[in-house]
Design a binder for this molecule. Structure first.
Ligand SMILES: Nc1ncnc2c1ncn2[C@@H]1O[C@H](COP(=O)(O)O)[C@@H](OP(=O)(O)O)[C@H]1O
Ligand SMILES: [Mg+2]
Length: 276
């Protein structure tokens, strides 16, 4: 993938992952933020590396990070191009000693993801990609491999979902899918890794009818879009990153762009949530 800013961002994501690892499985102290979500010294160490590194790379591109997100809408509304960063996504998984936590950096322009980089500190694997650019998975010390979404297997859909955050509405949507297409295999995965599993063709669908913030999804959306996937609102529109007061995303559906069940899925989603 060629984007002039990509090599430096890949290096920063690796550095942020290296800064997180010394805290992992060490019983790091957990502090509750104002929104009751947890934060640790690892989140803050990764944030510092990414925020400083991105500013050093190009001081004209502003940064919105989960750990420095209190920026007035009047200021954000002026941004044409900006970095959207989750220094440690899956903090609850990280605290629970799981490997399912990620470092996330996306370049946003005109409300869309230009490219995203998702690093997995525990394994050293990095995913990156963007719409129209392609998508790749890089194992440590190996040549990056191009990845693409898969065709839906005849044996049925594999659905990835959060380990901790679901909803009754999400279960209703899945029940409607089962009624229509037969049984589905369900896999619980923490963090933005779920999008990457779709992007590399190891799962088919990620429904998120539960809250997320913009930084939770942007980088991995870039990877998925580069691999031939889409992230849709429940109205069937692409998930966008416009400046708005709330940094929460609408509920969304992530899937390969060209699967034949897309229209049925969106129809079911609209039916379940006429008010959304
Ligand atoms: N009520 C809520 N409001 C906003 N975001 C929420 C939320 N509950 C969970 N999340 C988001 O879901 C992410 C975890 O995703 P998953 O459940 O798929 O593992 C969290 O990321 P962080 O760990 O970066 O805080 C958090 O941002
Ligand atoms: Mg997050």
């Amino acid at each position: 993938m060629s984007h002039p800013l990509l090599p430096a961002v890949l290096a920063l994501v690796q550095q942020a992952g290296a800064a997180i690892l010394p805290f992992w499985r060490q019983g790091v102290q957990v502090v509750e933020k104002a929104d009751a979500s947890p934060v640790t010294a690892a989140d803050l160490a990764a944030h510092r590396i990414l925020a400083d590194g991105l500013q050093a790379l190009d001081a004209s591109i502003p940064v919105l990070s989960e750990e420095d997100a209190d920026i007035a809408l009047s200021e954000r509304a002026l941004w044409a191009r900006w970095w959207l960063v989750d220094p440690l996504d899956g903090t609850k998984e990280f605290i629970a000693d799981s490997e399912e936590f990620t470092v996330n950096v996306a370049l946003i322009e005109g409300g869309q993801v230009v490219f995203g980089v998702v690093g997995i500190p525990a394994s050293g694997v990095v995913y990156y990609g963007g719409s129209g650019l392609g998508a790749w998975r890089a194992e440590p010390g190996e040549e990056p491999q191009a990845i693409v979404v898969r065709e839906t297997p005849a044996s049925g859909l594999t659905v990835v979902a959060s380990r901790r955050h679901g909803s009754a509405l999400q279960e209703q949507l899945l029940a409607a899918l089962v009624a229509r297409f037969g049984d589905i295999e369900r896999v619980s995965v923490g963090s933005s890794l779920k999008f990457c599993q779709l992007a590399e063709g190891s799962a088919d669908f990620y429904p998120r009818l539960a809250p997320t913030s913009q930084w939770d999804t942007a980088a991995a959306q870039g990877v998925l879009e580069g691999a031939g996937g889409v992230v849709l609102t429940l109205q069937g529109e692409p998930l966008r990153y416009e400046a708005k007061e709330s940094l929460l995303n609408p509920f969304f559906l992530a899937l390969p762009a060209d699967v034949e069940w897309r229209a049925v899925l969106v129809e079911q989603a609209k039916r379940l949530t006429p008010a959304n």
